[in-house]
Ligand binder design. Structure first.
Ligand code: ZN
Length: 94
């Protein structure tokens, strides 16, 4: 979260945008399962478009940028790729 006046304005802008987006989305998808699917779809698209590496199994954002060295990453599986924490734990418990 920002500390300067300008940063606070930007935070407020994104907060308002997010609230508006989520309200529209929940009106469009009154069923919880449909809403969940829609959120996942948007998250997947947003992650693909960003610098952050999506999980190779579920597509959710991981905390690592595509430029981060794999040696410093957690939950990276050689030969498979970057996993999120949840998928990594499921994967290694099999
Ligand atoms: Zn995952």
């Amino acid at each position: 979260m920002g500390t300067t006046k300008e940063e606070k304005e930007v935070d407020k802008f994104w907060y308002d945008t997010l609230v508006e987006f989520l309200s529209d989305l929940s009106k469009k998808h009154p069923n919880d399962a449909d809403l969940g699917a829609a959120v996942r779809k948007y998250l997947f698209i947003a992650t693909k478009a960003s610098d952050y590496e999506p999980c190779v199994m579920c597509g959710e954002a991981t905390p690592y940028r595509k430029s981060d060295n794999i040696d410093i990453r957690m939950n990276y599986v050689e030969g498979a790729g970057q996993l999120c924490e949840g998928c990594y734990n499921n994967h290694t418990n099999i």
